[in-house]
Design a protein around this ligand. Structure first.
Ligand code: DHB
Ligand code: FE
Length: 285
């Protein structure tokens, strides 16, 4: 059977992708960001999964106000990097895993989560920047990726509790797949940031670090935090953090197993307008 081996959490920011693509990752401003991922790149090589289930948000790139799926699973064979206004990033195409994605869709929908099935989707910085941070600049991404898009752009967005329960359903889906695949689940976006309005530029490092503490030790309690607290404390775009609860919900301890090992933790302010948070949690064997 397939199993969830680890979860990875990381912020995304388009400027991180641009810094890498334009050869600026060694500049002092950006080096401080990329240094936090040096360990992670080695860890990922040594703990290479067969598939990454990557929870992210589209930023009105593939979806628009014409169509707003709350939870959308990418079932295609491949996904092209999107053109976000400056041309598509020069990064590898994302190869999907249609068979596992279709199985997860079947299982999770039968567990009463109404997923939207997406057979064609371009993927924006929400997906490609986490891959770049964790993998650097390879010719090809290390394994197939199942993109899982969550609406955190247009209200109403899903609650933390719903996301946490969905992670548990995804775990059950993976564990009922009849092939011994090692699957990592990544939760991306956040941490505190606000890109518009009177509070543009808001960052709340104390709140972010408390979020990391609770994500590790008390994810169930954290999942009951209402939206208004994310927005008030972490800014309007801080709501992207609810996606981390999907990945956390898929970990073994939530299903009665042992607590995960904290393999790596990193926090840095700022990258562009955003606080960068990053965690790797390994499921005890
Ligand atoms: C920034 C952060 C985001 O999450 C995003 O989607 C766009 C921009 C920023 O900090 O610049
Ligand atoms: Fe974003």
């Amino acid at each position: 059977m397939a199993k969830i081996t680890a979860s990875v959490y990381t912020s995304h920011v388009p400027a991180i992708g641009a810094a890498l693509d334009l050869g600026k990752s060694g500049e002092p401003y950006w080096k401080k960001v990329f240094d936090g991922y040096e360990f992670s790149k080695t860890w990922l090589k040594e703990n290479k999964p067969d598939v990454i289930f990557l929870v992210f948000n589209d930023h009105a790139t593939s979806f628009s106000l014409d169509l707003i799926p709350t939870f959308a699973i990418g079932t295609a064979a491949d996904f092209a990097p999107a053109d976000e206004g400056w041309g598509p990033r020069p990064v590898p195409e994302v190869i999907g895993h249609p068979r596992l994605a279709a199985h997860i869709a079947q299982s999770v929908i039968q567990q009463d989560f109404d997923l939207t099935i997406v057979n064609k989707m371009d993927v924006d910085h929400g997906l490609t920047v986490p891959l770049s941070l964790m993998c650097g600049q390879p010719q090809a991404w290390p394994c197939p990726v199942i993109p899982f898009a969550v609406n955190v752009v247009q209200y109403p967005v899903p609650s933390g509790a719903r996301c946490f329960a969905l992670g548990q359903a995804i775990r059950r889906a993976v564990e009922s797949y009849d092939e011994p695949l090692k699957v990592q689940i990544w939760g991306t976006g956040g941490m505190s940031h606000q890109l518009q309005g009177a509070r543009a530029g808001l960052i709340n490092a104390a709140w972010d670090n408390a979020f990391l503490d609770r994500l590790i030790a008390d994810p169930k309690g954290l999942s009951t935090m209402p939206h208004i607290e994310y927005v008030r404390e972490a800014g309007s775009e801080g709501i992207e953090l609810v996606m981390w609860l999907i990945a956390r919900g898929a970990m073994a301890d939530v299903a009665g197993g042992p607590p995960p090992t904290v393999v790596h933790r990193f926090f840095h302010v700022p990258a562009s307008n955003t606080a960068v948070g990053h965690l790797i949690l390994d499921n005890a064997a």
